[in-house]
Design a protein around this ligand. Sequence first.
Ligand SMILES: C[S@@+](CC[C@H](N)C(=O)[O-])C[C@H]1O[C@@H](n2cnc3c(N)ncnc32)[C@H](O)[C@@H]1O
Length: 419
Amino acid sequence: MTTSSTVSSRFHNFTATDWIDGEIRHRRKLYKKLFFIDIHLTSPSNDKVQVLFRCDDDSMTTVDHQDCLRLARPGHHVRLHVGPPTDPNEGQDRTFKVWQCTTLPEITKPYDDPKPFIADPPLVNKTRETIKQWDGQEKPKKDMTCKYWLNQRQCHRLETCPFQHPTGPDFEKAREAWVQERLEIRKIITLDPNDPHTDKKPHALRALIFAQWIHTFLIPRLRHCKGNVLDIAGGKGDVSMFLCHAFGIPSTVVEPNLRKQPNYWLTRLRRLMEKHINGINDDDDDDAPRMAQPWPYPDIHPTFMPTLLDDAFIQHHPDLLHRTDLLIGLHADQATEPIVDTALRLGKPFAVVPCCVFGRENLHRQLATTGGPVLTTQDLIQFLCEKETGGYGGKIETAYLDFEGKNQVVYWIPSSHSL
Ligand SMILES: C[S@@+](CC[C@H](N)C(=O)[O-])C[C@H]1O[C@@H](n2cnc3c(N)ncnc32)[C@H](O)[C@@H]1O
């Protein structure tokens, strides 16, 4: 197989010349578009070789490159179709053979031991005493805590591991500090400069905040709206519970995997409403015992339909869809695009909060503006906003909701439904 390289003259064309079989003993990601694996060959020589996978030379697509990284897990036995690296400098002055691969590894024997695989040191063993941090600073390993120790309370390299292994109260302190640091870093690296919310509410409040936004922002902008909502991929039904009981908006949950709804879950939802909508705090230093507040609309209950949103659903429930004023989906996984397409087809308003993209399953998706693939949540949001609204008019818009995590809502009010 030959792939043409148009990226730069630094790269040659790729040609696969050999098949190799062996166990992945180490994997190292150099950056987003390049990673290496060290393979212990099963035949003929029992040698170790290095195989690189890259997409910065156009020898493979970004999606395939990501899939290769996912499949090439240390411990797996694999079969690879390899060839000389497209960058002739790779492999020079090495004591081992360096190959490149541009196709998905075939897993011949997966690593299925419940114990974690202990990787070999890398073939290129430039042992460093520091680790580059997210902000570019180098931090000495001896000042950091071993992440295996923190998460699994064991380290298979205890004797030689350069990181700290605290015990007793120091362990608890180190773990707390590590969790806090990761949360902070996550906040910084996922910071969206367009998001107006700086001190956001916890992710656990997402259903309440979405329901409140529907109640205070979206529904008042809809004409002839009786408030019948179709909450697709609603999971346990949190959003619909808030819509019905807290805001008096009737809602139907379309969800194939119905969950149990224990009493503690109902109590938790009611407490969240009390605390975040009514401002009553359970933790208040209150001498008098306080009765739990009832729901404002205790008699409006969500309806649950244990089914998928698909073509059959649309065909079998024309009356329900006719009565529906608004289709919604919070972190609706594979249902996100079908919700948007169904709403556009019916000319009904929608509001979805996209999260997972399922890029591999949807390779047909392409951004109209750039022609690029849809791989990230931001791509998916753009892709949804680029959809045609047909003869219904109106503009597909976005807004940010005030909670941590994927918090951008994509919504549409067709002209005929707009106040
Ligand atoms: C990440 S969960 C989100 C649940 C809930 N909305 C929440 O935010 O807690 C995604 C849900 O989508 C459901 N789902 C996936 N595809 C669907 C489809 N085509 N129709 C209805 N539900 C679907 C799954 O069963 C799953 O419960």
